[in-house]
Design a protein around this ligand. Structure first.
Ligand code: V0D
Length: 250
């Protein structure tokens, strides 16, 4: 494995015993990156794919178990239709180029969000990749696409409500664990670390329930400029923090 000097330095500083299990990322700033260069927004999204590839490689290298990536929110349908159409072709384009490397790395691909609202060609590409990688036991990559956290919670409440009115559960059976299980992320542990580049300091309807105890890491870098070093730096900063979960320092 060949590493750049800066990357190597960061890598050596990491405590491999306390790598965050689950890292969530809002891949933000592609449009602003493009505007800064006088390029169309689409060029920013395309450049963002390189950062995505590097980030998956870095996560795999350091032993992160779950990576959850916000690629398209339920609010993003309001963007110009040309941009939306371009974005909806990215999963196919991305997967056709990357699936071999992902399979070689034993990566398991999952989707979080409403599949029904997606164009058929997009859905087919994602379903195909999920089927192909379903038995893989390495890094889990969740693509949050057509995802919104409040919508996800409403969906879970409806499912639980249906069980309750059908008589298969009682009110007392409704617990935090049950609600967690009915979310798209059902069964997966909550994120330990959220990374949001591009200078925005908000959650934007991403994993509201799941991030009750998540550490947040922000940077000014636009997503297309986000490299392996940034990912390693975020983990290093995370390792310097002291997580208390509402309790006291040991
Ligand atoms: C654009 C930077 C991969 C962020 C990365 C439709 C914005 C490139 C996927 C993808 C997007 C989604 C599902 C899947 C496999 C890959 C993707 C979108 C945008 C939104 F199963 N990159 N990517 N999806 N961008």
């Amino acid at each position: 494995m060949s590493l750049h000097p800066k990357e190597k330095e960061l890598y050596q500083k990491l405590d491999l015993q306390s790598i965050p299990h689950h890292v969530a990322i809002i891949m933000d700033g592609n449009g602003r990156w493009a505007r800064k260069r006088g390029l169309p927004r689409i060029a920013g999204h395309r450049a963002g794919v390189n950062s995505l590839r590097e980030t998956i490689r870095a996560a795999d290298q350091v032993g992160v178990k779950i990576l959850t990536l916000y690629t398209f929110s339920t609010e993003n349908w309001k963007r110009p239709s040309k941009e939306v159409r371009f974005l909806m072709k990215l999963p196919e384009e991305y997967l056709s180029k990357e699936i071999d490397e992902l399979c070689a790395k034993n990566v398991c691909i999952k989707q979080m969000g409403e599949m029904e609202g997606l164009p058929e060609h997009t859905r087919n590409a994602i379903e195909d990749a999920m089927d192909k990688t379903a038995e893989n036991t390495g890094l889990i990559v969740n693509f949050a696409l057509n995802y919104g956290s409040r919508g996800e919670i409403v969906r879970a409440v409806k499912k639980i409500s249906r069980l309750a009115s059908g008589g298969s559960i009682n009110e007392e059976d409704i617990t935090e664990e049950m609600i967690s299980r009915f979310l798209y992320s059902g069964g997966q542990p909550d994120p330990d670390l959220l990374i949001r580049p591009s200078g925005e300091l908000r959650l934007s309807n991403f994993l509201l329930w799941q991030m009750a105890y998540t550490e947040f890491w922000f940077s000014e870098t636009y997503w297309p400029d986000f490299k392996k070093e940034d990912f390693l730096q975020a983990i290093l900063d995370y390792q310097k923090r002291n997580r208390r979960y509402g309790g006291l320092t040991k």
